[in-house]
Ligand binder design. Structure first.
Ligand code: PMP
Ligand code: GLN
Length: 389
């Protein structure tokens, strides 16, 4: 056999995702899993019933249309108009994908060519690095640094070169919980327009903002025609396993992204698309209650982690808290997370894996709070025992 490595070299070293590794460790050790970001209670019963009904009534059991079923595209367009005043044509400017993950992959593969540079906030959500690499492009990190994890906009300006093709933005940001302010978004938009850059914005946590508000980048002047906005039902409706995501963008951008998407999955999740169309139309009270519930859980976990000795970075959005372990006398987040199940029966995610500059994230560890109150309380009790050594 050839000695050439089997794995495409652009994926070399990317092995198993940290989420899979840590969730497997949680199962193997019977630990509380505050690692991978998935809720431990499912979303609304009536939405689950809508999915079951669709299966039983034979809606979506055969290949749905490539861009997504019309009912869902219409509901996505209504959602963008209802929450942000953004008008998208459901027939030409909306694309349903297999989760935000496929939307990101399709957008990056469609819009990038070898040699292009992509500026993205570091720490990066893990699939960004993989898809940029698969497209043969180069990622250029704009590091969000302690203590506040804000983007340095002068640094952003300095990173732009003639090879920069696109900015990859994520707000609310996983894992830091940073929510971009209107001023930061305006500065990013101005740079994009000035340098004629495309923008992909990952807004899967759009309904989980606890301080300030979520502002979609596409709403800023000059941005609608250059922005691919991505979101997903997984986080907002607590059905992460359904993998229904979407893109909203100009017809030209959607057409490019759809061309790549059709060769990735072609289509996905027929019956779930009907259910997500219903979910998007839930009343405002659903969205408010969802946010309030996670807000309470954020405060509970933040207080508990603080009392257990962690340096806590309170997130403005998402359902993750990034902590610093140096106050505990620890330095290496990866080592810490690998040992944590054994030490006290809790699983967390080392932020270092989301950095090119591993040193910048070495002592940072992420905990998810999309879990039942009793589970968060038990995790906190266990983490307290770290004090004892
Ligand atoms: N982007 C970010 C920032 C995420 O945290 C996640 C995980 N939900 C995704 C994309 C992927 O979303 P999905 O599960 O819909 O593919
Ligand atoms: N988005 C989830 C997280 O950040 C995980 C998704 C995945 O497992 N790929 O924890």
């Amino acid at each position: 056999m050839s000695t050439r490595p089997l794995l495409n070299r652009s994926l070399a070293g990317m092995g198993t995702t940290i989420f899979a590794e840590m969730s497997a460790l949680a199962v193997a050790t019977g630990s509380i899993n505050l690692g991978q970001g998935f809720p431990d209670t499912d979303g609304p019963r009536e939405i689950a019933e809508a999915a079951a009904r669709a299966v039983l009534e034979g809606r979506g059991n055969q290949y749905p249309p490539g861009p997504g079923i019309p009912e869902l595209r219409q509901a996505i367009a209504e959602h963008q108009s209802r929450f942000y005043g953004l008008a998208y044509d459901p027939d030409t400017e909306v694309l349903v994908t297999a989760g935000a993950t496929e939307a990101l992959a399709a957008a990056l593969l469609a819009l990038l060519e070898p040699g292009d540079e992509v500026i993205a906030f570091e720490p990066f959500y893990d699939s960004y690095a993989a898809c940029i690499a698969l497209a043969g492009a180069k990622r250029v990190p704009l590091t969000l640094r302690q203590p506040n994890f804000r983007p340095d906009l002068d640094e952003l300006r300095a990173l732009i070169t003639p090879r920069t093709r696109l900015l990859l933005v994520n707000t609310p940001h996983n894992p830091t919980g940073t929510v971009l302010t209107p001023e930061e978004l305006a500065a990013i938009a101005e740079l994009a327009v000035e340098h004629d850059l495309l923008v992909i914005t990952d807004e899967v946590y759009e309904h989980l903002v606890f301080a300030g508000a979520h502002h979609p980048l596409a709403a800023l002047p000059g941005m609608r025609e250059r922005t691919v906005s991505i979101s997903s039902a997984g986080k907002t409706f607590s059905f992460t396993g359904w993998k229904v995501g979407w893109v909203t963008a100009s017809a030209a951008l959607v057409s490019a992204v759809r061309t790549a998407k059709q060769y990735l999955t072609y289509v996905s999740a027929g019956p779930f698309q009907y259910a997500v169309a219903e979910a998007l139309r839930l009343p405002d009270s659903y969205y408010a209650d969802f946010r309030a519930d996670l807000h309470r859980k954020r405060d509970l976990l933040a207080a508990g982690l603080g009392a257990a000795g962690f340096g806590v970075h309170e997130p403005q959005g998402t359902y993750f808290i990034t902590t610093d372990i140096t106050p505990l006398g620890e330095e290496d987040g990866l080592e810490f997370c690998r040992a944590l199940p054994e030490r006290c029966g809790v699983v967390a995610i080392p932020n270092a894996v989301f950095y090119d500059d591993a040193e910048a994230g070495r002592s940072l560890v992420r905990f998810a709070f999309c879990k039942r109150i009793s589970v968060i309380e038990e995790a906190v009790t266990r983490l307290h025992t770290l004090h004892a050594g």
